[in-house]
Design a protein around this ligand. Structure first.
Ligand SMILES: [Zn+2]
Ligand SMILES: [Zn+2]
Length: 245
């Protein structure tokens, strides 16, 4: 399996798990053209699109994706907030598993300033259990038997605090960030709370342009976990299997 990063920041998020025969789209916050290009315009390969919540950087091309014949899976609250329905809109619920092609998906509720945001535990025989967790200021859950993680590390509390002291960030903005996105510090606490013994890759996503430090984030998570760690970047393609070889 490959993990393709079509985009991963507040300008747009879209990720694709793709093997020889099928592709699972996670988020459609990039132009549909860019998503199609990432899979060599082989749209029929897309088994479905998982969507976490209604913010534009995650769902901007939802109508084009559906018009392209792709089923989208999101919560009732998310579809209502977007104002989207129709036969391609599949309502899913936290803790109710479902299948998309050969992918088995377990959605779970997350903590974000959105109507009914979700995260996903995705199982496939090639990847094992993949956790997809973004736009959540902490995780209410821990997970067993994880093999690969795609997880938000949006900002560093230290960088935000430094900016507060320098007066370059306002209190309301600081509080908004702290109550919507996952910091590096919270990410670390989450990793410590979960059994990572079977984890192969950790991919850090949705890094803030102004409040993160890519090199430092990767270094710190690598030191903490002793795993293969990446910071997601537009155009990146990673081998994404249960085992490294
Ligand atoms: Zn976002
Ligand atoms: Zn969001």
């Amino acid at each position: 399996m490959k993990l393709k990063i079509v985009g991963s920041n507040s300008q747009g998020n879209s990720y694709i798990l793709e093997n020889e025969t099928e592709a699972l789209l996670i988020e459609c916050g990039m132009r549909f053209f860019d998503i199609k290009k990432a899979i060599d315009f082989n749209i029929s390969k897309i088994s479905g699109c998982l969507l976490t919540h209604e913010h534009k950087d995650h769902c901007v091309s939802i109508n084009d994706v559906m018009k392209g014949g792709v089923d989208v899976y999101a919560s009732k609250g998310t579809f209502e907030a977007i104002g989207c329905n129709g036969h391609r809109a599949n309502v899913i619920e936290s803790k109710k598993p479902f299948l998309v092609g050969d992918f088995r998906i377990m959605p779970f509720d997350v903590k974000h300033d959105a109507a009914e945001p979700l995260g996903f535990l995705i199982n496939h025989k090639e990847t094992g259990n993949v956790l997809f967790l973004t736009d959540s200021y902490y995780s209410p859950y821990t997970f067993d038997n994880l093999n690969n993680l795609i997880i938000e590390a949006n900002f560093s509390e230290k960088i935000i605090d430094r900016k507060m002291e320098a007066g370059s960030i306002q209190t309301f903005l600081r509080n908004r960030i702290l109550k919507s996105h996952m910091s590096l510090e919270t990410n670390k606490e989450f990793l410590k709370a979960n059994d990572l013994s079977k984890v192969n890759n950790i991919v850090l996503i949705h890094l803030s342009d102004s409040n993160s430090d890519e090199e430092l984030f990767v270094k710190e998570i690598r030191e903490l976990t002793c795993k293969t760690v990446y910071a997601a970047k537009k155009g990146m393609v990673l081998n994404f299997n249960k085992n490294p070889f």
